[in-house]
Design a protein around this ligand. Structure first.
Ligand code: GLN
Length: 548
């Protein structure tokens, strides 16, 4: 291991879903604020080779990097908290590790050795950790190991981390993010589950240097001392992380406990700045608190229902992108999740949309709920409600326009009905073979591609420049054969790929509609707290003007 590289491993205790990702991202923010170049890495212990094949209702959004790698939504938090793009090396799954090892074995690259979890799988993990740490000249890598201590699946990653610590103790720090319940009938915060989780981690040969205790309330001195005493940790290294109004408060809360200073000390590093430089972050957080003009936005999608719970995780980047632009404009967004299937059965009447200041149809796949979305888009167009379509939301906007304005009867997408007469959305030629061979994983049009924006359009007004780069994730596109017909019917393609064949943005002229715009890409993936995305900002400016 190169001596100059430092590693912080973030490991979960007690249960999942308590904010390990936000903790990791926030540690990135505070270390960056001390002048260090920070790398954030996510380990997902499942066997999928990337996160692209998973159902969003099960796993949440798939976050696409510039490189096109389909990753876990935590990577989105990392990019947002660091305010920088991350390379594909920063995302790792067990699937990637095993695939590499097995491919190597098949290629006789192990010289006849018996290939085993230890050392071969473990060493592949270590080399991936080190490779990621060598990207972008970063000095400190914070690595979040997915799952919870005691899981069968993540044990190999823990073992890799343990070995790295054993080889170079001064360069590796362990943090356990644990949960402290306050059972309502008991009425007090309990530390025992956390104590047990730490002991379990100890059984792997790992002693955490810090415990970050997530709970509804702050952890008091007595409980900090109890955890410290029972688990061989300094009381001041037990950090209280109570629930907060906004996840963006977390780095500031950590700094109240001096966490960046303590982490650097543990890594034998000196802070490069006297104080954490969080000025920009603080002014962003202040904007959240100040935003007061409510705007009601309907988000019409289908990946909401997991049993009796509504899981908005499937659209997390969209939600955050709306918030960043809204706060910038002093708006307090009220997001309403409307299930597109309910518009098909009239469980929700389309006219209820008149009560909203704006409508968004985000990305999606497949047939369910589609006619509901088209109904919504028609209503937004006819009633001049600001509309923003993201990826599928753009394709469906084109379909709606083709059917109802260009009078192309039953116009649709090949994804919905391959035999239809007017396939205004068709498969991209290079995708045909892939589908035939069932080559689905990581084969869509993925990652950052350029688009030229035409003058005098909403798109150009928003970005204020001619050439933009945006991240994609789709197999279908506007059929070039219908572009002329659609344009003659009044739809404008204001953003186009340099080959002039791929339509990247569709919009209606402002004379016809204040904001009816769809993008083939996913602008939400590049929206950041410190640099809100121009498309969302422009949409919300128009929303603000017409707000009820
Ligand atoms: N299903 C559409 C396609 O594959 C849109 C994808 C998306 O919304 N991300 O082209």
């Amino acid at each position: 291991m190169a001596k100059s590289k430092k590693f912080i491993f973030v490991i979960g205790g007690v249960m999942s879903g308590v904010g390990k990702g936000i903790t990791t991202a926030s540690i990135g923010t505070i270390l960056q604020a001390r002048g260090y170049k920070v790398n954030l890495m996510k380990v997902d212990p499942y066997l999928n080779v990337d996160a692209g094949t998973m159902n969003p209702t099960e796993h949440g959004e798939t976050f696409v990097l510039n490189s096109g790698l389909e990753t876990d939504q935590d990577m989105g938090n990392y990019e947002r908290f660091l305010n920088k793009d991350l390379p594909p090396e920063n995302y790792l799954t067990s699937g990637m590790v095993y695939k590499t090892v097995i491919d190597r074995e098949r290629n006789l690259e192990y010289d006849g050795a018996c290939v085993e979890a230890i050392p071969h799988v473990r060493d592949e993990i270590i080399s991936r950790f080190e490779k990621a740490a060598n990207q972008n000249g970063s000095e400190i890598s914070v690595i979040e190991i997915g799952g919870t201590v005691g899981d069968f699946q993540n044990a190999m990653f823990m073992e890799a981390a343990r070995v790295m610590h054993a080889r170079s103790p001064k360069d590796v720090v362990f943090i356990m993010v644990s949960y402290l319940p306050i059972p309502s009938k008991v009425g007090e915060m309990k530390t025992k589950p956390t104590q047990n989780a730490i002991r379990q981690l100890n059984s792997y040969g790992i002693q955490p240097h810090f415990v970050i205790g997530r709970s509804e309330e702050p952890i008091d001195k007595r409980r900090k001392e109890k955890i410290a005493m029972q688990c061989n940790i300094h009381p001041e290294n037990v950090i209280s992380a109570p629930d907060v109004d906004s996840i963006y408060d977390v780095p500031l809360n950590f700094e109240k406990d001096n966490l960046s200073e303590m982490l650097l000390k543990e890594l034998s590093l000196r802070p490069k700045t006297k104080k954490a430089n969080l000025t920009k972050w603080k002014s962003f957080v202040a904007k959240i608190k100040k935003a007061n003009k409510p705007v009601k936005i309907a988000v019409v999608g289908k990946y909401f229902d997991t049993g009796d719970f509504v899981l908005s995780d499937a659209y997390i980047s969209v939600i955050e992108a709306i918030k960043f632009s809204a706060y910038e404009l002093g708006l307090k967004p009220e997001l309403h999740w409307l299930n597109s299937k309910d518009f098909e059965t009239n469980k929700i009447k389309v006219s209820t949309l008149s009560g909203y200041d704006g409508v968004i149809v985000p990305g999606g796949f497949g047939k369910t709920g589609i006619e509901g979305k088209i109904k919504v888009i028609k209503y937004a167009r006819e009633n001049k409600i600001p509309y923003l379509g993201l990826c599928y939301g753009m394709q469906l906007m084109v379909i709606e326009y083709a059917r109802n304005v260009a009078k192309l009867k039953n116009a649709t997408s090949r994804e919905l009905d391959p035999k239809a007469e007017h396939l205004v959305i068709d498969i991209m030629p290079e995708q045909v073979e892939k589908i035939k061979n069932k080559d689905y994983g990581g084969t869509m049009r993925l990652g950052a591609y350029p688009a030229y924006l035409k003058k005098g359009t909403i798109a150009r007004r928003a970005y204020k420049k001619e050439l933009v780069n945006e991240r994609h994730r789709h197999r279908y596109e506007v059929n070039p054969e219908y572009v002329k017909t659609l344009e003659e019917a009044g739809l404008m393609f204001s953003g186009v790929f340099p080959d002039k064949k791929l339509m990247e943005i569709a919009e209606l002229p402002v004379k016809k509609h204040p904001f009816m715009l769809g993008v083939q890409f996913h602008p939400e993936l590049q929206a950041r707290p410190l640099s809100p995305h121009p498309i969302f900002t422009e949409f919300l400016k128009v929303v603000k003007k017409g707000a009820h």
